[in-house]
Design a protein around this ligand. Structure first.
Ligand code: GRF
Length: 199
């Protein structure tokens, strides 16, 4: 069975949605660990459902390479097959990405390639789009540029704020992220250039 580990910097709601689907047996995999780069609520969520969690503080390391090496070692120790970046707010270095090539899946709160990077929901509101959503994709060396696995659309209503819109996007994220992980764990995702073929 595949071992799925998580990276998270925030609330960890996407972690929880996915981990529960693994624990219930809907996704046939084992959970490895959760790693956070800060004292995030995600760490407590992990402990609350019996998932081992680690805080790796970049300030404790002399360089980004040393910081990431510690994370790579932690993921390696539990024999991680797939890393889910579930709200991880740092850019992974090309070296990290190479260490887990085509084995890191990210969730992003926009319909990529629109609004990559930080504050994607705010960017969408400020731009005035009528439809936005969320995207799961493999992480490559760019920022939110990797091959797209799944997307879900959300209508932006005239009275939506960044916070009401984020809530609606979150609800969709909690569906497409576990589905994407399930497909990966079933060996049903094949990357062909920019295209992810689902079998
Ligand atoms: C999500 O909106 C995700 O798309 C983005 O960060 C947020 C994380 O939310 N990358 P949570 O920590 O899973 O609740």
């Amino acid at each position: 069975m595949m071992i799925v580990s998580f990276l998270a910097s925030g609330q960890g709601s996407n972690f929880l949605a996915t981990a529960k689907k693994i624990q219930s047996g809907y996704i046939k995999a084992k959970i490895g660990i959760l790693v956070s780069d800060n004292d995030a609520p995600a760490l407590r969520k992990a402990e609350s459902i019996g998932v081992k969690s680690f805080r790796v503080n970049p300030k404790d390391y002399g360089s980004k390479a040393d910081f990431e090496d510690e994370m790579i070692a932690l993921f390696g120790h539990c024999k991680t097959d797939l890393i889910v970046a579930a709200g991880y707010m740092r850019i992974l270095s090309p070296r990290f990405v190479k260490a887990f090539e085509n084995r890191i899946i990210n969730i992003h709160p926009s319909l990529l390639p629109a609004f990559p990077g930080r504050d994607a929901v705010k960017q969408a509101i400020e731009y005035g789009v009528k439809i936005t959503g969320c995207t799961t994709h493999f992480i490559d060396e760019g920022t939110d540029t990797g091959p797209i696995i799944m997307q879900a659309a959300v209508t932006v209503l005239p009275n939506d704020t960044a916070s009401t819109l984020a809530k609606k996007i979150h609800a969709k994220e909690h569906k497409i992220l576990p589905e994407s992980i399930k497909l990966f764990c079933e060996g049903r995702l094949k990357i062909n250039g920019r295209d992810v073929i689902i079998s």
